[in-house]
Ligand binder design. Structure first.
Ligand code: 2PG
Length: 247
C-alpha cells in the first residue's frame, strides 16, 4: 500500500516582497503570491494528483494559498483541518526586521546561524512587541506552548506530534493529503521524511507555491524521491530563498 502526500509552501507574501523576517506575523499574500497559488492549483489539476483533505497552518498566507489553489483545481469542497503546529517557525526578536539590514548589522555567520542552524533560536520576542502573538486570541489556549522564539529543532518538536496524531491517520484511510504551510515548518517535515541530517538541512530551501508530491510506503516514509510538479521553477525558487538578505 502506498500513500500520497502533497506539500505546498504558501505563495510569496507581502513581507517576502519586503524582505522582512515574518515567522508568526499574519501577513497576507502579495499579488505575486496569489498568482503562484493559482499556478499551484493548475499544476495539481494537470498532474491528476487530487487532494481529498487539506491541512493548513492558522496563518492567512497558507490559508489563502490553499483556498486559491483548491478553487483552481476544482477541489475547494474538500475537508480542511488547521493547526498552529503547522505555523512558520517563530522567528523571535527577528520578526518584522529587514533581512538585508540584519545581515549587514550582524554579519553573515550570525545571520545564517539564526536563519538556518538546526538548534540555535534567535533571541525571544518581547510580549509587548507589535510583532508578538502573546495576546492573539487564536493562540489563547496554548498557555506555556506559545513560543517566543523557535529553532528548526523546536519546530520539529511541535510539528511531528501533529503528523502522528492527525496527518498519518488521514493518509492511512487512503486519502491524498495536501499540507499547505511554510518554508520552515515544511523544512521540518521534509527533514523527517527524507532523513536529512541536522547539518545538511541548512542547505535545504523550499520554493513558494510549487506542489511537492511524496509517495509514502507502509512505514510512512518515501518509496522514492519526492517530485516538484514544476522542477525548473522549484530550483529557481529555492535559489531565490537561499539568496534572501543579499539584496
Ligand atoms: O521570514 C520567515 O518567516 C521565513 C520564511 O519567509 O524566512 P527564512 O526563509 O529566512 O527562514
Amino acid at each position: 500500500m502506498t500513500f500520497t502526500l502533497i506539500l505546498l509552501r504558501h505563495g510569496n507574501s507581502e513581507w517576502n516582497t519586503k524582505n522582512l523576517f515574518t515567522g508568526w506575523v499574519d501577513v497576507d499574500l502579495s499579488d505575486q503570491g496569489r498568482a503562484e497559488a493559482r499556478r499551484a492549483g493548475e499544476l495539481i489539476a494537470e498532474s491528476g494528483v487530487l487532494p481529498d483533505i487539506q491541512y493548513t497552518s492558522v496563518l492567512k498566507r497558507a490559508i489563502h494559498t490553499a483556498n486559491i489553489a483548491l478553487e483552481v483545481a476544482d477541489r475547494d469542497w474538500i475537508d480542511v483541518k488547521r493547526s498552529w503546529r503547522l505555523n512558520e517557525r517563530h522567528y523571535g526578536a527577528l520578526q518584522g526586521k529587514d533581512k538585508a539590514q540584519t545581515l549587514a548589522e550582524y554579519g553573515q555567520e550570525q545571520f545564517m546561524t539564526w536563519r538556518r542552524s538546526f538548534d540555535v533560536p534567535p533571541p525571544p520576542l518581547d510580549d509587548d512587541s507589535e510583532f508578538s502573538q502573546a495576546h492573539d486570541p487564536r493562540y489563547a489556549g496554548l498557555g506555556a506552548d506559545l513560543p517566543r522564539t523557535e529553532s528548526l529543532k523546536l519546530v520539529i518538536d511541535r510539528m511531528l506530534p501533529y503528523w502522528e496524531s492527525d496527518i498519518k491517520p488521514d493518509l492511512t484511510t487512503g486519502k491524498t493529503v495536501l499540507v499547505t504551510a511554510h518554508g520552515n515548518s515544511l523544512r521540518a517535515l521534509v527533514k523527517h521524511l527524507d532523513g536529512i541530517s541536522d547539518a545538511d538541512i541548512a542547505e535545504l530551501n523550499i520554493p513558494t507555491g510549487i506542489p511537492l508530491v511524496y509517495e509514502l510506503g507502509d512505514d510512512f516514509m518515501p518509496t522514492k524521491p519526492a517530485v516538484y510538479l514544476d522542477p525548473e521553477a522549484a530550483a529557481a525558487g529555492a535559489a531565490a530563498v537561499a539568496a534572501q538578505g543579499k539584496k
